[in-house]
Design a protein around this ligand. Structure first.
Ligand code: ADP
Ligand code: MG
Length: 589
């Protein structure tokens, strides 16, 4: 082996050990449960080994004496053992699964918590369906492995050793003949397992694709049906569905080969032992009891091998799932609190961008050297061509993305020095498409302040001019909004977003084309509420229709080159630059 290959092997081993250690760390909170489950499983396995010995004893020692009473007593003893064994089986099945389920539960909680903390960039690049697949399917497989894994392997090895020792003890020649099969079995198991690991990985990514496809088509069902593209969606779905079927079929083919191969090998050796044993009995080397006991032991000897095989079927799935789990757990959020970040309780709302440069991809900068100061309480409007970077500029302020160079400060304090939670507490955003959670109107308004009283909620609804509408509904605030608010009109959703913002009451407000999707009449009505909302707050307005921003304290024109001009409406129109051209385009000269 070349030195490079050696290094690769060592790295792989280290990684594997690391993964296994991490996996076992999830057992720590359930030490007691593990010990209970494990000891019961060990006891059950030991009991299992007693049965052939008891049979051997009955046949060899009690049968020749023809003492019926003793034989019945021995059978009663066996009955007691069977009951004990059943009790242990119950504990292992129920409490063992409890262990697995608890571990699965913990991992799911951790994963959900971690995903909540990941940054926008992560979600830009990952499909929701894939993430859901990890939360459900992958973790289920891990739970199964967590329960069966260590216990089954340990017990299998123990039973194997115990059975072999007893077989040696009964007749060493026959035992050695039986043992000849073990290398063959190991070869079969290892080869199939390696193939299975690959198949399991494929299967997981394919089911994730199926989930992603369902998620996409269902969320976009309105678009799908409007374009009558159901067939097209079906086609896409069938591709991922077929891939999943193929991957699953492949894995079951491997499982079928391994289990039938194993079955054949075990039956062959049983037959072989039957012939050899019979020969030994004829030769007087083996008693009848020993012969029967040995045959029973062979079955016990095979059981753990079957168990190990079953484990090796679940292990690749569990491990593949676990690796996908830690992959996400190891993804650090791009944006996180610095160690010395401080909590800021009050903010006036002075904002300063200094030489800010940012791009979503390394090679393409969306914003270059942006310099901009906004005074507390000022309303600044951003206008410019679509794609110039207005939304991007505003999303840097709550640190949804990390800037590459330069700095952004609020009240003179760099936003990277503030705790993210307190920074985002002080910023409110109303966007063009309002995201509503399925739930009631009340739930959605209260999203701006989770423990708001009814009074506060009604007050916010009133200020957002939503009160009348809510009062007209039979269920009032308890009216469900439908999934993502499908039961509300665009204007109503926008008002709901405004009500949310009144409740949150942030000193800095970002209105990103909040009314662009509405008709002019609704827009004019909502503009009023927005004006009321922005009073006394530092407000950054991005507007498509210039009529809505005429009264802004300052208008900043953003183009591909950056901030190209800024000033009051009249001055900019008079200056005859980009803004005046935009203005002319919308209103004519
Ligand atoms: P505006 O709001 O001025 O219309 P945006 O800030 O939305 O423009 O977009 C600026 C540029 O950044 C566009 O070229 C757009 O394609 C790109 N962009 C916007 N959001 C993302 C994103 N999440 N990932 C990658 N590129 C993006
Ligand atoms: Mg935009």
């Amino acid at each position: 082996m070349s030195p490079e290959n050696k290094i690769v092997v060592v790295e792989r081993l280290w990684e594997c050990e690391n993964t296994v250690r991490r996996f076992f760390s999830y057992y720590v909170p359930y030490k007691k449960l593990f010990v209970l489950d494990f000891s019961c499983a060990v006891l059950a396995a030991l009991l299992e080994l007693c049965f052939p010995l008891a049979v051997k004893l009955i046949v060899d020692k009690l049968l020749p004496g023809k003492d019926w009473g003793l034989i019945v007593a021995a059978c009663v003893g066996l009955l007691v053992l069977y009951f004990a064994s059943t009790g242990l089986q119950y504990i292992v099945t129920y409490w063992g699964h409890r262990l697995g389920i608890n571990i699965e539960f913990d991992m799911r909680r951790q994963l959900f918590g971690h995903i909540q903390k990941l940054s926008f960039r992560f979600f830009d690049n990952n499909k929701t369906g894939h993430l859901m697949s990890r939360m459900t399917n992958d973790l289920f497989e891990i739970g199964e492995m967590a329960h069966h894994g260590p216990e089954d392997v340990f017990i299998a090895i123990m039973t194997l050793c115990g059975a072999f020792t007893m077989m040696l003890f009964i007749n060493w020649k026959l035992a050695c003949l039986t043992f000849l099969i073990v290398p063959l079995l190991i070869w079969l198991v290892v080869v199939c397992n390696m193939k299975l690991v690959k198949a399991a990985k494929r299967m997981f990514s394919d089911i994730a694709d199926v989930n992603a496809q369902v998620e996409d088509s269902v969320t976009g069902i309105r678009v799908v049906q409007t374009f009558t593209n159901e067939e097209h969606e079906m086609g896409k779905f069938m591709t991922s569905n077929s891939n999943f079927r193929e991957a699953k079929l492949r894995s079951y083919k491997i499982i079928a080969v391994s289990s039938s191969g194993m079955y054949l090998l075990m039956r062959l050796i049983s037959l072989f032992v039957l012939i050899c044993g019979a020969w030994f009995v004829v030769q007087g080397e083996l008693s009848y009891g020993e012969f029967v006991g040995f045959l029973l032991l062979i079955n016990i000897f095979f059981k753990p091998i079957e168990k190990i095989n079953a484990f090796l079927e679940s292990y690749p799935k569990g491990m593949a799932g676990f690796k996908r789990f830690i992959e996400i757990m190891d993804t650090e959020p791009d944006v996180a609190d610095a160690p010395d970040a401080v909590k800021v309780d009050r903010v006036r709302g002075d904002i300063r961008f200094e030489k800010v440069t940012f791009g979503y991809e390394d090679h393409a900068k969306v914003l270059k050297n942006i310099d901009l100061s906004i005074r507390a309480g000022e309303t600044v409007a951003f206008v410019g061509p679509s794609g110039a970077g207005k939304t991007t500029l505003c999303s840097l302020l709550p640190r949804f993305y990390e800037i590459e160079s330069g700095s952004i400060a609020i009240d003179g304090l760099d936003i990277r020095k503030m705790k993210l939670s307190s920074l985002r507490q002080h910023i409110g955003i109303v966007q063009q498409d309002v995201f509503l959670f399925s739930g009631t109107l009340r739930d959605n308004i209260a999203y701006g302040k989770l423990h708001a009283t009814d009074e506060e909620i009604w007050d916010a609804a009133r200020r957002a001019k939503l009160e009348e509408f809510i009062r007209s509904l039979p269920l009032g605030l308890q009216t469900p909004v439908g999934e993502r608010g499908v039961k509300l009109s665009g204007g109503q959703k926008q008002r709901l977003a405004i009500a949310r913002m009144f409740l949150k009451n942030p000193p800095i407000l970002i209105l990103d084309e909040a009314t662009s999707a509405l008709d002019t009449e609704t827009e004019a009505a909502i503009q009023q509420s927005l004006a009321e909302l922005s009073a006394g707050r530092t407000t950054l307005v991005i507007a498509h229709r210039l009529a809505t921003i005429r009264s802004a304290d300052r208008i900043v024109v953003v183009t591909e080159e950056g901030v190209s001009e800024q000033g009051r409406h009249d001055d900019l129109v008079a200056a005859g630059g980009v803004y005046s051209r935009l203005h002319q385009a919308q209103f004519g000269s």
